[in-house]
Design a protein around this ligand. Structure first.
Ligand code: F6P
Length: 341
């Protein structure tokens, strides 16, 4: 049996750990053959497949990014996309796919699975917003990086008694903002799930200055003011219809400065959150996902993704996982009310 492995969407720490785990168990325990697909779905459109074996995955466990490359390609947006994908699989004798991706890549996997392509999904994204799994790998690393940044920003904010706004990633969901904000002792945390009131943010900022502390405001890139709209870097859409976000942090710092009369600056963490070596937890989770994904392939359990439930790894239908995003529960956000302001 020959298995193709692909990584799609924004990269994420732990992708290589999954690839290594899938290949090691697949070859060593099940005697499977592997082939790597270059740059996500693009590789299947362009017939760009590369050899993948145990020697090729040696030493990649701690490496960030993906040895296979990635892209935000949606094959259904390309002429004869489905036919080109199936032709490539047939030409190389690929019997099944392991698809490592977030909402978009797994959304395509769901459709292809519906068309009869045998595949198993592995949920990845630093945003942690894939439904059906308690955590995606990559999230822990991103939260660690954002928390360290917040820790560092506290001391410089206090030295200058200025408000510092930290913009973190999170297109639809505020998981990174909430976890890093709480871990880093932020005074305000703004998430996409809850439109915010700028006046209230400024009140919280003033209260903090009133206690002789410099406020740290953590804002997810997808957070929106109650009377405003999503702030975008540019309006061009990717193949999944997403705009490029960023700007809310800069806008908020200006509002804070104008409304409170205090100095306010912004730090946009951006891709630093996604690059570099995965945390120990993400290596552990990615490795387990890989082991269970290749088990699912071996069992012929297609149309599912592997998912973390408590400490167990389970199989979850891809169609359910990709039906909607996993958002921050309002009651979870409210737990931290006492720390805000
Ligand atoms: O989906 C993960 C993510 O990191 C989002 O948080 C962010 O909005 C997006 O990717 C940025 O993507 P890119 O860097 O590929 O434009």
């Amino acid at each position: 049996m020959k298995v193709g492995v692909l990584t799609g969407g924004g990269d994420c720490p732990g992708l290589n750990a999954v690839i290594r785990s899938v290949v090691r168990k697949g070859v060593q325990e099940y005697g499977l053959d592997f082939v790597g697909v270059r740059d996500g779905w693009l590789g299947l459109l362009q017939n760009a497949l590369v050899p993948l074996d145990v020697a090729g995955v040696r030493g990649i466990l701690p490496r960030g990014g993906t040895i296979l490359g990635s892209s935000r390609t949606n094959p259904f947006k390309h002429e004869e996309g489905l036919r080109r994908v199936t032709d490539t699989l047939a030409e190389h004798g690929v019997d099944a796919l392991v698809v490592i991706g977030g909402e978009d890549t797994l959304g395509v996997a769901t459709e292809l699975s519906g068309q009869g392509i045998p595949l198993v999904g592995v949920p990845k994204t630093i945003d942690n917003d894939v439904l059906g799994t308690d955590y995606t790998f990559g999230f822990d690393t991103a939260v660690g990086i954002a928390t360290e940044a917040i820790d560092r920003l506290h001391t410089t904010a206090e030295s200058h008694m200025r408000a510092l706004v930290v913009e973190v990633m999170g297109r639809h969901s505020g998981w990174i903002a909430l976890h890093a904000g709480i871990a880093g002792g932020a005074n305000v945390v703004l998430i996409p799930e809850r439109p915010f009131d700028v006046e209230q943010v400024c009140e919280q900022v003033k209260r903090r200055f009133g206690m002789n502390y410099a406020p740290i405001v953590v804002v997810a890139e997808g957070a929106v003011p109650k009377e405003g709209q999503l702030m975008v870097k540019d309006h061009s859409l990717d193949e999944f219809g997403h705009v490029r976000l960023s700007g809310v942090g800069e806008w908020l710092a200006q509002e804070i400065a104008e409304r409170t009369g205090k100095d306010a600056r912004t730090t946009v963490l951006g891709h630093v959150q996604r690059g570099g070596t995965p945390s120990a937890f993400d290596r552990w989770l990615a490795t387990r996902f890989g082991l269970y994904a290749i088990d699912a392939v071996k069992d012929g359990a297609f149309g599912v993704m592997v998912a973390l439930r408590g400490t167990r790894i389970v199989r979850f239908p891809l169609a359910e996982a990709t039906a909607r995003a996993k958002l921050v529960d309002p009651s979870l956000y409210d737990e931290f009310e006492v720390f805000f302001g």
